[in-house]
Design a protein around this ligand. Sequence first.
Ligand code: ADP
Length: 492
Amino acid sequence: MINEIPRPEFTEMLIGGQWLGALGGQTFTVNNPARGQDICEVPRAGAADVDRAVIAAAQAFETWKKLAPRERGKLLLAIGNEIDAQNESLARLLALETGNALRTQARPELKTAAEVFRYFGGVAGELKGETIPIDERMLNFTVRSPIGVVGAIIPWNAPAILASVKIAPALCAGNTMVLKTAEDAPLTVLAIAAICAKHLPPGVLNVLTGFGADCGAALTTHPGISKLSFTGSTAVGRSVMRAASERIVPVSLELGGKSPSIIFPDADQDWVADGVIAAARISRQSQSCTAGTRLFVHDKVFDSFVERVAGKLKAIRMGDPLDEQTDMGSLINSKQYERVCSFIQEGLDNPAIKLAAGGLPAAGGAGFFTPPTLFTGVDNGWRLAQEEIFGPVLCAIRWSDPDEMLRQANATHYGLAAYVWTHDIGAALRTVDAIDAGFVQVNQGFGQFPGQAYGGMKQSGIGREYSLEGMLESFTARKNVCLNVRTPSAAA
Ligand code: ADP
């Protein structure tokens, strides 16, 4: 157990290149959820803070958009390198504020954050348009321009990656940004903002700390914002989209999921069980929108595969996130803890449902620790299989007819991720084709890599921001230019 709670270096907001408190002087407390201890206070921004941040970003936009893309790229590369150089201190801060385990989650998350900056630094020269052959009298081409000030809002579950996936593509494309951190996890993003501020002109990136209802809502309705980019719950995503519709600004939404992991009869193997657990994002308490928490297990291998997964779940070491031995840390806050426990209780109370691993946490002790839990006997239509729990609660559902299994796998209003486990390439490809999900993996359960098109179908979202194409679609406006190249000569 590591005892000291270090005081973070950056606890104010970045606005116009300066570190500032809220104009109203209000603050709120950031906690360490694993130990139930306060870490520090940060400003609670209101509408006036949003306003000055948007003004700073609008001023910076005038020069940032004119900087050659490859020069912007160099700055992003430098930021990525510095995030990597500070991996350990940033990861410790992340583990401290989120409860995510240092070894299994926080360090790898910061690695990916650095990779995201490097990826967009590298593709900056690819902000190209097209030429379109209309007829020989016309030269028709498109150019990509930045949109303006982007208003970005992120949640607490993977703040370093999610901030990077907003900042890097938006700035690469020549936009400037006002980013609102999540109230439960603002500190790592402020530390990343400090690295950005060393390399970027003032006002290009502005980072606010505040609550959704006052700071977030004010950002979504601010007239100076030209594009909204939101990651979070489907419910709040709806309100962001409503705000965007009022002013007709483009919006990208990365929302929730309830993703299936589909196990074919040839996949009753140890590495598949490990992959399914990785896909369920157990190492971060399944607090992930891509968590594959509905396990569709073929009838022929149901009992043995469930036993295999259950055995591995029982061996997972829950504990202090900063302890190197810990596989899985704490949930983020008491609200999530109560919610996850209520779902576990619902499973325990239903006589049709059997508990294969986990269950309710033991009473007492600090922290919001909930053991990885696996239920069988759950009907795909029940709340346990339909609602995004955002906690380590898995349901194994038996299948034998592939068409019926696929119908059930798609019977959700989400469509974010899916995982397919089989050596039968035909079965895998038929499943990939039939599944309604934006991010599908076969025989692996990784997170996203920079360059992949990542995003949801149905109520899991709109837009793709992780890739070059995603950046072009989400953060640039296309201008079509058409020139008559056969005008009569001036002398004629
Ligand atoms: P989660 O349940 O993962 O916290 P939320 O959708 O509630 O997801 O929150 C994601 C982000 O959206 C957070 O930064 C939060 O402060 C912000 N938020 C919450 N409510 C609103 C709102 N009405 N308008 C804008 N942002 C909001």
